[in-house]
Write a protein that binds this ligand. Structure first.
Ligand code: BES
Ligand code: MN
Ligand code: ZN
Length: 490
């Protein structure tokens, strides 16, 4: 992870020079100085390379003047410039300079806040998960140590970057949890890593099988019973609301299936390794709690994660079993692969009963059907509360984590009627993501709730401007933004 330093503008005459440039405008500030120092060669070279300053464009010029590299980054039209555009430019920087140790970014013509967002984009895209690479060749390793970002207002840029840095740390924590292999990150290990948040001032409680049994978490324990790994529920509390401004907390809930084989309703072998990231909802919740605590958010937020491994074995739950949830409602388990909703059912009921939250948002890699519906572009959003739904959509689009509202309704709810219990855990193929959400809604006790099905957005097979391929940490930035807008304003 490179260091980001905000420095006073002073054009370097060697090394790696990075020039963020708007479309159709002449070079300004340090870029103009560089243009003059090159005797006009810079703009001729950029023109010859077809660089126009379009959003996302990145052009590298080699050995120009005394510089080893000049990297021009397109910001798009000046009039349309916002945080997302500069983050994308910062993101484009990361691969262009991965082999360099240092780079100097001439961001002096940008608003200092945008300079900070440029830094955020660069670190978000530059992250990678290296823990298990032991034989990588020296020349293949990324070397970047320091990015100096020149800005007209170093104090302003530093102040703007501090909370963004905390958000980036939250994103990295979530990406790391999601990337870890399932033999390492079982429920006990996941819970132990949550403990790490105490360092940031988060209160962390961990409950194991004895307490969960005593509470009566029959649905979650049913999923867990086929595994040699013990289940855990982790309750994290961040109490940042100023005294005298205490209100009901916002609650974040995550599905944490550290590996989903499907259980007795076992999944096909091909691609099953992907099911290590069936805990991405829980990862996003932990990452968001880290971001909020790291930037000392002025809000009260609770985070709960239900952690289990779904395995087939002689002790595993069977299709046909009836389990009693913590709410008292009974569930006929038709398909042991529809396990996420069983875990969430108990955690959600517990959450609303204990915290009476003003809003409860769950994140879960819940259904393959949401990938069929929305692909990898949007998470599926389901909600019983109009305002909460609109706020989530707005928060998501502000940070590039898009959500698309999906319907709920009685007709869908009928699909999960059971002949022998209060409900069954699957509703057939039609509307598979919706019937999963209907199931969850039965455990909200009518309180304001939203569900994000992130099965299509938790992992990516290609690079994005600020998200390298692999674990996306989808939800961390959205939740951080949601808390800022819903609970910290005023
Ligand atoms: N974890 C899966 C959903 C999933 C699928 C996430 C693909 C990411 C990628 C979930 O537990 C599951 O198995 N859902 C079933 C539900 C079905 C049995 C009703 C599914 O989607 O097939
Ligand atoms: Mn499953
Ligand atoms: Zn699952």
């Amino acid at each position: 992870m490179p260091d980001i330093a905000f420095v006073k503008p002073a054009l370097p005459r060697n090394g790696v020079l990075v020039l963020p440039m708007t479309e159709g405008d002449p070079p300004a500030g340090l870029a103009r100085e560089a243009e003059e120092a090159s005797g006009g060669l810079l703009s001729r070279a950029l023109e010859a390379a077809g660089f126009k300053g379009r959003k996302g464009q990145a052009t590298t010029l080699w050995a120009l003047g005394g510089w080893t590299k000049v990297v021009a980054l397109g910001l798009g039209k000046a009039a349309e410039l916002g945080s997302e555009g500069v983050e994308a430019a910062g993101g484009a920087l990361a691969p262009a300079i991965a082999a360099d140790r240092e780079a100097y970014v001439a961001a002096d013509a940008l608003d200092p806040k945008l300079a900070a967002h440029f830094g955020l984009g660069a670190v978000l895209r530059g992250w990678r998960f290296d823990r298990y690479r032991t034989k990588e060749k020296e020349e293949d390793k990324p070397k970047l140590e320091r990015i100096a970002v020149a800005t007209s207002n170093t104090a302003g840029a530093k102040a703007a970057f501090a909370p963004l840095r905390a958000i980036a740390d939250g994103v990295f924590l979530a990406r790391e949890l999601v990337s870890e292999p399932p033999n390492v990150l079982h429920p006990t290990e996941f819970a132990d890593r949550c403990r790490g948040l105490e360092r940031l001032g988060v209160e962390v409680e961990i409950m194991g099988p004895k307490e969960l049994k005593r509470l009566g978490f029959g649905a979650m324990l049913g999923v867990s019973q086929g595994s040699a790994q013990e289940p855990r529920m982790v309750v994290m509390q961040w109490k940042g609301a100023p005294k005298g401004k205490k209100a009901k907390p916002l609650a974040l809930i995550g599905k944490g299936v550290t590996f989903d084989t499907g259980g007795i309703s076992i999944k096909p072998a091909a691609g099953m390794e992907d099911m290590k990231w069936d805990m991405a909802g829980a990862g996003a919740v932990v990452g968001a709690m880290a971001a909020l605590a790291g930037r000392k958010a002025k809000a009260d937020v609770v985070g709960l994660v239900g952690l289990v491994e779904n395995m087939p074995s002689g002790t595993a739950q069977r299709p046909g079993d009836v389990v009693k949830t913590y709410s008292g409602q009974t569930v006929e388990v038709i398909n042991t692969d529809a396990e996420g909703r069983l875990v969430l059912a108990d955690v959600m009921w517990y959450c609303q009963e204990r915290f009476d939250p003003r809003g409860m948002v769950d994140l879960a890699t819940l259904t393959g059907a949401i990938i069929i519906a929305l692909g990898h572009e949007h998470a599926g959003l389901f909600s019983n509360d109009e305002e909460l739904a609109q706020r989530i959509i707005a928060a998501g689009s502000a940070v590039g984590e898009k959500c698309w509202r999906m319907p709920l309704g009685d007709a869908y709810d009928k699909q999960i009627k059971s002949d022998i219990a209060d409900m069954k855990n699957v509703g057939g193929r039609p509307g598979g993501s919706i019937t999963a959400a209907q199931f969850l809604q039965r455990f909200t006790n009518g309180k304001p709730w939203a569900h994000l099905d992130i099965a299509g957005t938790a992992w990516t097979s290609k690079d994005h401007p600020t998200v390298p391929k692999g674990a996306t940490a989808f939800g961390v930035r959205l939740l951080d933004r949601l808390v800022a807008e819903m609970a910290e304003e005023g």
